[in-house]
Design a protein around this ligand. Structure first.
Ligand SMILES: Cc1cc2nc3c(=O)[nH]c(=O)nc-3n(C[C@H](O)[C@H](O)[C@H](O)COP(=O)(O)O)c2cc1C
Length: 218
């Protein structure tokens, strides 16, 4: 098993590489660079907190490329040269992947390169939850945990810590949406087995939650 120090060293090493990747806007062949995130400005935090709420009626309007980029950076982007993220995470072990289900398929967010990697060509938005609005909202984030990276703890603890990590990301998304006039709802009403199968996830990975993002229905 890796010690905490070894894990940290690994993260730092990849952050060094990613730092230059971000600066150059580079990404490898299989992934699509996102727009440079506008990670300054926005609404004052207290004003965003005042507006944060869940929405269950969405317009079909797509997010602009810039909004999607900003959203993903706010959710779980790299915010320091160490490679660490906008949300805290368990034991400094990177457990959560953010998948983005859109009309043009499913994409995996790659924070180090701030890029999207195509995962599936299919529109599976309607299968990311048990509520009708998920099929039409432009973006459904699906949070997936790497159970195999959570060593020396019980399965129950894996679920617990992965859920906490996800919750922090979810709140980042809520606050970003409040600040940007977007709508969101964090969701546990998901057919987990079906989504696991549809996403073709390895056995040891598991979906924790999903979260819809879009424009509120007029
Ligand atoms: C762990 C968790 C799971 C949730 N699952 C769902 C869900 O499946 N569907 C849904 O519409 N809202 C879901 N919500 C949103 C809550 O219903 C909502 O946050 C709560 O009613 C308070 O409303 P507010 O977010 O507008 O303040 C979930 C929230 C949390 C924290």
């Amino acid at each position: 098993m890796m010690t905490r120090r070894q894990v940290t060293a690994g993260v730092l090493a990849s952050a060094t590489v990613s730092g230059s990747a971000i600066a150059a806007g580079a990404s490898d062949e299989g992934s699509l660079p996102l727009a440079v995130p506008r990670n300054a400005g926005g609404m004052p935090l207290m004003a965003a907190l005042k507006l944060r709420h869940s929405t269950r009626e969405y317009s079909e309007q797509a997010l602009s490329e810039q909004s999607l980029s900003d959203l993903l950076w706010a959710a779980f982007g790299v915010n320091r040269s160490s490679g660490d993220r906008t949300a805290p995470y368990w034991r400094h072990v990177m457990v959560i992947d953010v998948y983005v289900a859109k009309s043009d398929g499913v994409w995996l967010y790659e924070p180090q390169a701030h890029a999207l990697r195509r995962h599936l060509p299919d529109d599976i938005r309607g299968q990311t939850g048990l509520q009708d609005f998920v099929a039409k909202a432009p973006v459904n984030l699906v949070y997936v945990a790497h159970g195999e990276r959570m060593t020396d703890i019980t399965l129950e603890e894996r679920r617990l810590y992965a859920s906490v990590d996800t919750g922090f990301i979810g709140q980042n998304v809520y606050l970003f949406c409040a600040s940007e006039g977007l709508a969101s709802v964090f969701r546990g009403a998901v057919d987990y087995q079906k989504l696991h199968r549809l996403l073709r996830l390895p056995e040891e990975q598991f979906v924790t939650f999903a979260q819809t993002v879009g424009y509120p229905h007029a």
